[in-house]
Design a binder for this molecule. Structure first.
Ligand code: COA
Ligand code: AMP
Length: 636
């Protein structure tokens, strides 16, 4: 590890590596368990480990009820700020607990109990948070589906999670456009084979959804007749939630998070990484449909007794690029956490003016994640705000940061482009194709040594084989992160991007494999390949390279428009699929495998080596020429 690091971080890191059991037992002791765990770490087999196996707790209790015993009855737990409706609402810990207990009563009265799954398809309104915590209160398992996903994506998740009940709302609001959620839900339920007997719908005043008698229940009516439900103790190893994320195939992976490891890891991270204590205000500008929303809009800040900000709006246009600064000033936000894309959008709209209007004296740190933080954006934010900008690297799978600058331990000197150093508890290595550790500054696959610390995924829902094969068998004894990068001579980590077919568009994780399936289903398409290319704001955007079937006549513009409609319909607008390019051939190996990495390198304007296995090297300059003509070449 880093020679440059000083004792605080180093000492903690060594402690966690040398004796993980004592380290995590001490962290676990900070929580109010129903049954304090005696077994800290248990290895079940070569691939599976359990944290706190004999412990019992309830995640909703830790996030809410516990604080009522700690003098936080009147402290604000949640601030809802909706720039799209002009609503501002505060919930104290007592009020939020009451709402959650009542909604848990609604769920219970409709048959939801321990272990049952509940799908939540909601916009960024307090009811989404209430629903999540109510599910956790009953020891049931929530699966939140991001509102920007299509009916087809929702149906895939319904079939996989087989929920007993679905919670949704009549609409979401995208800047000034209403997105009717209920018709999408109805369509998803028609598409799915799993039948859901009950849906609870929150009717927003902006749009009334039509209800299906016998299946759909009105949130407010149900609440009016509900009896509050108590917290149900669960085993630390019982699942708290399933969160689907994009893999390399068309089928999303249901990442399973346990209750115990999750609570311990988040509690630890709030203090060690974000330097937050009870009473501090935390604003994660994400969405409850993503892992950042789960960990740092809902569970992390609440378990730590902080105030969390739930923001319904965009960083720009609602109403302007000062939105984040307004929120930080108005609510005395201590930590702002957002994706680099948001700051690139702010910089474009407002290179410097609006910021001056706001008092940001309470703001202490800006954390970024979700995609690579390019040095230009890092410097811009740091220069403008004058507060530490902390890039930290994590994934849906880990649930919290793998690599960061630990504000609550010791702030190390930042290096632009680096997510600083491994978080205590994670041991990471950069490996080559054969699993050998690489020297400093050599780029390879980033892998995490097993066992992973508490809070990381325990399996893939209903598909443990995919968990083992996809993550644990690539490099023996390691979790393969799917990201590539390097450690520099000081042990600082630089994450350079995915090594698989996953792309990050505006911090949203998407599968090019899934897009390829959709593009390939167009009747004119003989062959195709979807890659991520540079986008100045969103970091990446998808590009389809398409080979037409013989004899088919369709213009590039026409095909592009049709494919755009198809991807929007099947995945959702959030895929930001807008570009398709006709090619006469694709680079392949002699065995027929498309050389995607080569295409990515061409699109990034990087030099590349023509592999000896390539079938038709002449297609490379041709594709590069076409990309250049359409101005598709670029990189951060
Ligand atoms: N429900 C329905 N539709 C949604 C949606 C939601 N929750 N979220 C996004 N969409 C739609 C948008 O309306 C847009 O549709 P359009 O193509 O019809 O205009 C499309 O999905 C793409 O959305 P988005 O990526 O948000 O692009 P944008 O151009 O509307 O906004 C930014 C650009 C930069 C402001 C926005 O991408 C942003 O805020 N990014 C930060 C993302 C973030 O915080 N990620 C967190 C991960 S940690
Ligand atoms: P998600 O699972 O949606 O959180 O996306 C995880 C992926 O986002 C990672 O595998 C990375 O590719 C990327 N990512 C997240 N944080 C960072 C970061 N700080 N730097 C570089 N890439 C990141």
């Amino acid at each position: 590890m880093s020679q440059a690091s000083t004792s605080g971080y180093q000492a903690l890191y060594q402690q966690a590596s040398a004796d993980p059991v004592s380290f995590w037992a001490a962290q676990a002791a900070k929580l109010d368990w129903y049954k304090t765990p005696g077994q800290i770490l248990t290895q079940q087999d070569e691939y599976h480990y359990q944290w706190f196996a004999d412990g019992e707790l309830n995640s909703c209790y830790l996030a809410l009820d516990y604080h009522l015993t700690q003098g936080r009855v009147d402290q604000t737990a949640l601030i809802y700020d909706s720039a799209v409706t002009g609503t501002k609402q505060r919930f104290s810990y007592a009020e939020l607990t009451e709402q959650v207990a009542l909604f848990a009563g609604v769920l219970k009265a409709n048959g939801v109990g321990k272990g049952d799954r509940v799908v939540i398809y909601m916009p960024m309104i307090p009811q989404a948070v209430i629903a999540m915590l109510a599910v956790a209160r009953l020891g049931a398992v929530h699966s939140v589906v991001f509102g920007g996903f299509s009916a087809h994506e929702l149906a895939l998740r319904i079939d996989d999670a087989s929920p007993k009940l679905i919670v949704s709302a009549s609409c979401g609001i995208e800047i000034n456009r209403l997105i009717a959620y209920k018709p999408l839900l109805d369509e998803a339920l028609e598409l799915s084979s799993h039948q859901v007997p009950c849906c609870v719908i929150y009717q927003r005043e902006q749009l009334q959804a039509s209800m299906l008698p016998g299946r759909d229940l009105d949130w407010l009516q149900q609440l009016a007749q509900a009896t509050p439900a108590a917290c149900v103790p669960v085993a630390a190893t019982d699942p708290l939630y399933i969160l689907y994320t994009s893999g390399t195939t068309g089928k999303p992976k249901g990442v399973v998070r346990d209750n115990g490891g999750h609570a311990v890891a988040l509690q630890y991270s709030m203090q060690a990484i974000y330097n937050c204590q009870a009473g501090d205000v935390f604003f994660a500008a994400s969405d409850v449909g993503w892992v950042v929303g789960h960990s740092y809009i809902v569970y992390g800040p609440l378990i730590a007794g902080c105030t969390t900000v739930l923001y319904e709006g965009k960083p720009v246009f609602t109403p302007d690029a000062g939105a984040f600064w307004r929120l930080c000033a108005e609510y005395n936000v201590k930590v702002l956490f957002a994706a680099p894309t948001a700051f690139r959008a702010i910089r474009k709209e407002d290179p410097d003016a609006l910021l001056q209007q706001y008092d940001l004296s309470a703001l202490q740190y800006i954390f970024m994640a979700g995609e690579r933080l390019d040095p230009a954006t890092f410097h811009w934010v740091q220069d403008k705000i004058g507060k530490p900008v902390i890039d930290h690297w994590w994934q849906t799978e880990t649930g919290w940061a793998i690599s960061a600058n630990l504000a609550g331990v010791e702030l190390l000197p930042a290096k632009a482009g680096s997510a600083t150093v491994p978080v205590p508890g994670f041991t990471l290595q950069v490996l080559d194709d054969s699993g050998q550790s690489l020297a400093a500054n050599q780029q390879g696959y980033i892998a995490l040594k097993l066992p992973l610390p508490p809070g990381c995924l325990t399996t893939i829902w209903g598909n443990d084989e995919r968990f083992v094969e996809g993550y644990l068998q690539t490099f023996a004894g390691y979790y393969a992160s799917g990201d590539g990068g390097y450690l520099d001579e000081d042990g600082y980590l630089f994450v350079m991007g995915r090594t698989d077919d996953v792309i990050n568009v505006a911090g949203h994780r998407l599968s090019t494999g899934e897009m390829e399936q959709i593009v390939a289903s167009h009747p004119a398409v003989a062959e195709c390949c979807v890659i991520g290319i540079y986008d100045a704001i969103k970091g990446q955007q998808p590009l389809a390279l398409v080979l037409l079937k013989n004899g088919v006549s369709i213009s590039e513009a026409e095909l592009e428009a049709e494919l755009t409609t198809m991807v929007r319909r099947d995945i959702g607008a959030v895929a930001c699929f807008k570009k398709a390019m006709l090619v006469s051939r694709l680079p392949k190996t002699r065995s027929g495998k498309i050389l995607r990495k080569l295409l990515r390198q061409i699109a990034a304007g990087q030099s590349y080596t023509v592999p000896s296995t390539i079938d038709d090297p002449a297609c490379l300059p041709e594709i590069a020429g076409l990309m250049a003509q359409r101005e598709l070449i670029g990189h951060m």
